[in-house]
Design a protein around this ligand. Structure first.
Ligand code: PLP
Length: 390
C-alpha cells in the first residue's frame, strides 16, 4: 500500500507503513536479545530509574512501545494508549469544562453518543449534532464556536464519508479542535492528522488489534498541549490499559497493512456481489461507484475497509432469522477482526436509539452490517448466497 513516509526512532527514513508496523516500538529487548519485547507485568518501578517509569497507571514499557508504533502509523508525533476506545473518548472529553460545547456529526458511534448525553451533559457541557456530509452546515462551526468538532468517517453503520480536510480548515479558522474517530478506516487506510485534524482517535479493539481478543484505545496528535492533557487523563482518571492487552495490540498491529488490504478487497467483492444480486434494496460501501461520496472516499482513503451495509428489504424477524443461518458470519457486535461478523443494528448496536431517531438516520429494521473478514471470499459469498437465495 502506498503512503507518505515519516522519520522514525530507528534512525532510518522513508519507512513504509508495513515496515514501521513491525519495526517501530521494539524497545526494551537489548539485554536479552529478544526479538519480541516481553510483557512488563509490573505495577511499579524502582524510584529514580533512568527510563523514568514509576507506576504503571502513568506509564509502562509496553505502553511506550505501542504508543511509538501507533504515532508513527498515524503520522503523528505523540500517542497515548488507553484501556478501550471509550476510555480514549473519556480522556479527550475530560479536558472540557462546564459551559464548553461540542459540535458532533449526527451519526457518531452509539457509545460516544451515550457518553455525551448521559455523562458529559451532567457536567454542564453543551452538545449539538449536525449532518457534516452537507457542506452548508460547515458554517455552523464558526457560528457556534465549539471547543471540539467531533467527526467519524466512515460513520457507523451507514458509512457516510466526511471531508476531513475541508472540515479541519473550517475548524482551524474558528479556533476549534477537530477530532476524528478513525476506528472504521484504521491508519492503514486513512491518516486524519495529515488531512489537518488535531486529534485522531481509535478503538484499537477493532482493526488495529484485529483478532477480537482484547480491548484498547489510542489518541494520536502533533500538539504538545493535547499530549499533556491526554497523559494527565490516562493517569488521573485511571484510563490506562493493561500491559498484557497492550502487548496483544502490539502483536496484532504488525499485520495491519496486510489485513486492511485483504479486508478491503474482500468487502469490495462482496459489496459488488450483493449489489448485483437482485436481493437487496440498498448496498453501501465507500469504494462502490454508487456510494454518494465515492470520489471523496477515493481521495481521502487508501481502501474502502471491511464494512459493508445492505438492506435486504425484509421484516425485522425475517432479517434476524436469516442472519442466524449464516455459518461464516457470526451474529455479534464489534468489527475489524480477521473473522467475519454480521450485525443487525436496529436490535443490537443501535437498539437504545429511539425508533423515530433511528429511522431518520436510515437505520431500518431490514438493515444489515457486515464486518467482512479475511477468509477466502468465495466461501463468504457462498454463505451469503445460500442464506439469501430465495
Ligand atoms: C468500538 C468503537 C468505539 C469504542 O471502542 P471500545 O474499544 O469498544 O471501547 C468507538 N468508536 C467507534 C467508531 C467504534 O467502532
Amino acid at each position: 500500500m502506498k503512503r507518505e513516509t515519516t522519520a522514525n526512532s530507528l534512525g532510518l527514513e522513508e519507512l513504509q507503513f508495513e515496515t514501521s508496523a513491525i519495526h517501530q516500538g521494539t524497545s526494551y529487548c537489548e539485554q536479552s536479545g529478544a526479538v519480541t519485547p516481553p510483557i512488563y507485568m509490573s505495577s511499579t518501578f524502582e524510584f529514580g530509574n533512568e527510563l523514568g517509569f514509576d507506576y504503571t497507571r502513568s506509564g509502562n514499557p509496553n505502553f511506550r512501545n505501542l504508543a511509538e508504533t501507533l504515532a508513527t502509523l498515524e503520522q503523528g508525533r505523540f500517542a497515548t494508549v488507553f484501556s478501550s476506545g471509550v476510555a480514549a473518548i473519556t480522556a479527550v472529553i475530560s479536558s472540557l469544562s462546564a459551559g464548553d460545547s461540542i459540535l458532533a456529526e449526527e451519526n457518531v458511534y452509539g457509545c460516544t453518543y451515550r457518553l455525551f448525553e448521559q455523562v458529559l451533559r451532567k457536567f454542564g457541557v453543551k452538545i449539538s449534532y449536525l449532518d457534516f456530509s452537507n457542506p452548508e452546515n460547515y458554517q455552523e462551526i464558526c457560528k457556534q464556536k465549539p471547543k471540539l468538532v467531533w467527526l467519524e468517517s466512515p460513520t457507523n453503520p451507514l458509512l457516510k464519508i466526511l471531508d476531513i480536510e475541508a472540515l479541519s480548515q473550517q475548524a482551524q479558522l474558528c479556533g476549534a479542535t477537530l477530532i476524528v474517530d478513525n476506528t472504521f478506516a484504521s491508519p492503514a487506510l486513512q491518516t486524519p492528522l495529515t488531512l489537518g485534524a488535531t486529534l485522531s482517535l481509535s478503538s484499537t479493539t477493532k482493526y488495529i488489534n484485529g483478532h477480537s481478543d482484547c480491548l484498547g484505545g489510542v489518541v494520536v496528535t502533533n500538539s504538545e498541549e493535547w499530549q499533556e492533557r491526554l497523559i494527565f487523563a490516562q493517569k488521573a482518571l485511571g484510563l490506562n490499559p493493561s500491559p498484557f492487552d497492550t502487548w496483544l495490540v502490539q502483536r496484532g498491529v504488525k499485520t495491519l497493512g496486510l489485513r486492511a488490504a485483504k479486508h478491503s478487497e474482500n468487502a469490495l467483492a462482496l459489496a459488488r456481489f450483493l449489489e448485483s444480486s437482485g436481493k437487496t434494496t440498498l448496498v453501501r460501501y465507500p469504494y462502490l461507484e454508487s456510494h454518494p461520496q465515492y470520489e471523496l472516499a477515493k481521495k481521502q482513503m487508501r481502501g474502502g475497509s471491511g464494512i459493508v451495509v445492505a438492506d435486504f428489504g425484509r421484516t425485522r424477524e425475517e432479517t434476524i432469522s436469516r442472519l442466524q443461518k449464516l455459518r461464516l458470519f457470526t451474529l455479534a457486535e464489534s468489527l475489524g477482526g480477521v473473522e467475519s461478523l454480521v450485525c443487525h443494528p436496529a436490535s443490537m448496536t443501535h437498539a437504545s436509539v429511539p425508533r423515530t431517531v433511528r429511522e431518520k438516520v436510515g437505520i431500518s429494521d431490514s438493515l444489515v452490517r457486515f464486518s467482512v473478514g479475511i477468509e477466502c471470499v468465495d466461501d463468504l459469498r457462498a454463505d451469503l448466497e445460500r442464506v439469501f437465495k430465495d
